[in-house]
Design a protein around this ligand. Structure first.
Ligand SMILES: *Cc1c(COP(=O)(O)O)cnc(C)c1O
Length: 227
């Protein structure tokens, strides 16, 4: 099989296999536009990138009905480049960043949808809030003043390990936080209903643990070559 049929076959397989409530984010980082178009032609419309410059370059030339998700770590000074079009920012990990997103969204006359990244892994390198910081943020007056963002839910990445029990425990802890937040009253800019967790290697476990948005790259597009 050439890569073309591989990509579209994978998309069709996921569309069939994933429960209806689960959104597939096809993670196209490092992959060329041709690969994205193969997935697009198989019906995929939601793509995830982890570098703002790359996402902007792809957005400029690819079909405008693609929904672009920023799944990587976001530097505040680059928010302005994606503010005109980004459809969901998964990796929001500070109030400062949220304020910058709000400011740039306002300049573009838009509302920008965000997920708060929660630190669930044991590795210290993964970004994110811890549970108590999320609660503090929710209760802060500063959040209620941000009228051009809507927090749509939470995102997390499990530890990179073969220990399935550990991964499950991390996903469950995130789902517990998500469930608790869903039970609190919504505010205009806090409407938690998306739980983004699970990648190529652990998405089934993530769905078992309550995920409704999976971010899948290598098992659709093949292994990545980082140069
Ligand atoms: C790269 C990446 C993915 C996709 O990983 P695969 O293992 O290739 O499916 C998912 N989420 C984030 C945040 C990523 O950076």
């Amino acid at each position: 099989m050439n890569s073309e049929t591989t990509i579209s076959t994978a998309i069709l397989k996921y569309k069939e296999e994933l429960p209806r409530k689960v959104t597939l984010v096809a993670v196209s980082k490092t992959k060329p536009n041709e690969a994205i178009m193969e997935a697009y032609n198989a019906g995929q419309r939601v793509f995830g990138e982890n570098k703002i410059q790359d996402m902007v370059a792809k957005w400029e030339v690819l079909p405008k009905d693609i929904e672009w998700h920023m799944i990587g770590h976001v530097q505040r000074n680059k928010v302005k480049y994606m503010a005109p079009f980004v459809s969901l920012i998964h990796g929001v990990d500070s109030l400062k960043l949220l304020k910058e997103i709000d400011k740039q969204a306002n300049k573009n006359n838009r509302i920008i949808n965000c997920l708060l990244q929660v630190h669930i892994a044991q590795e210290s390198t993964k970004f994110g809030f811890d549970h108590s910081e999320i609660r503090a943020l929710m209760e802060s007056d500063e959040l209620s003043g941000l009228s051009n963002i809507v927090i749509q839910g939470l995102m997390g990445m499990a530890t990179f390990t073969h220990d399935q029990e550990q991964v499950r425990a991390e996903f469950e802890s995130l789902n517990n936080l998500f469930t608790a937040l869903k039970d609190t009253p919504e505010t205009p800019n806090f409407k938690p209903h998306i739980l983004s967790m699970g990648m190529s290697g652990d998405y089934q476990l993530a769905i078992d643990c309550g995920s409704n948005m999976v971010r899948i790259g290598s098992s659709i597009f093949g292994a990545r070559n980082y140069s």
